[in-house]
Design a protein. Structure first.
Length: 322
């Protein structure tokens, strides 16, 4: 156990959304995940029971809220509620992937901002803090009024790619909304950056324009997440047409909904570099996929939050990811 200054000892819980990642984080912290039961009743109601006292302790619940998003989110809320009612000294929700983050603005009439609702629910359930990775948009932090640490896994991905020593390469933002982060990533790799712009030609067709010099270069496509795979596949086609050599696809959250893995498999992508912020089932693990664990990153943040030390200094050399 690691001794804390103000909140007792760390008690670490893993939800059912990301069990392997939770175990890895526990290993890094040289802790054991605390015993708990998660039961789904015949009527589909969820029930959580903690196996030991958390009174006055510094509780961390690790639960990603990817698919099944609603079940995982509800389980997270019930865990927080359980920890709070069991008199934990402080409750931190560790959410490697925040579901509903793409619903972050009212850009059409009569639609919700569900990311705001999710933030409200996490707070109302009783979380004192949250830790998450690479939010879809930095502004989502403003939906929470509790303190949080939004950290980035891109430096881990950059470390991996740097070792490949790609000499004649360019970082390509698959989405203009990702342009600032793509530029930060390119700066970190000391590479140039290019962008793919998607624009509507008429009501049925979209055209992709590559902005920047990519001809004859290796391309590293970057994005925060791959969901259906549509964005990466379209970007790959545009880059092939623009004359790139090898293509790498690099993203933090492997959502890989429905047939995304099959779509990626059919693309001329040399390597897919991602993380385990979302568990990847065996059938979606492609032979050209490298999965980098975020466990040491998250355990480092947990340790610092517990000890009341700066989290920012872990990322001091990296700028522009928020
Ligand atoms: C969009 O804003 C995001 O940055 C990703 O480009 C998007 O979530 C990817 O989705 P899909 O894989 O379904 O194209």
């Amino acid at each position: 156990m690691v001794d804390g200054e103000c909140y007792g000892q760390i008690v670490l819980y893993g939800g059912t959304g990301s069990p392997d990642l939770a175990s890895e984080i526990a290993d890094h912290l040289e802790l054991t995940l605390c015993p708990r039961e998660v039961i789904t009743f015949p009527n589909t109601n969820l029930f959580v029971r903690l196996g030991s006292s958390v009174r006055g302790q510094d509780a961390f619940i690790i639960q990603t809220t990817s698919a099944p998003t609603n079940d995982n989110l509800m389980e997270l809320l019930i865990f927080i509620e359980t920890l709070k009612r069991a008199s934990a000294g402080r409750v931190t929700a560790v959410i490697p992937y925040l579901g509903y983050a793409r619903s972050d603005k009212k850009d059409q009439p009569r639609i919700p901002i569900t990311a705001r609702l999710v933030a409200d629910m996490i707070q109302s359930a009783g979380a004192d803090r949250y830790i998450t990775l690479d939010l879809h948009a930095g502004q989502i932090q403003g939906f929470f009024s509790i303190a949080g640490d939004v950290i980035t896994a891109f430096p881990l991905l950059a470390d991996y790619l740097r070792k490949k020593d790609l000499q004649h390469a360019v970082v390509v933002a698959a989405d203009l909304g990702f342009a600032k982060k793509a530029r930060a990533f390119a700066t970190e790799l000391d590479l140039p950056v290019a962008f793919v712009e998607k624009r509507r030609v008429d009501t049925h067709t979209e055209a992709l324009t590559v902005i920047g010099d990519v001809n004859g270069m290796d391309a590293i496509i970057v994005d925060d997440e791959v969901d259906t795979g549509g964005t990466v596949c379209d970007t790959t086609s545009a880059l092939v047409e623009a004359g790139v050599r090898d293509i790498y696809a690099c993203f933090v959250h492997p959502i890989l909904s429905s047939d995304a893995a099959a779509r990626l498999r059919s693309q001329p992508i040399r390597e897919i570099v991602t993380t385990n912020s979302v568990p990847i089932p065996p059938e979606k693990r492609l032979p050209n996929m490298t999965v980098i664990s975020v466990s040491s990153l998250l355990s480092g943040v947990i340790q610092r939050v517990h000890a009341g030390r700066s989290v920012g200094e872990m990322f001091a050399p990296y700028h522009g990811y928020s």
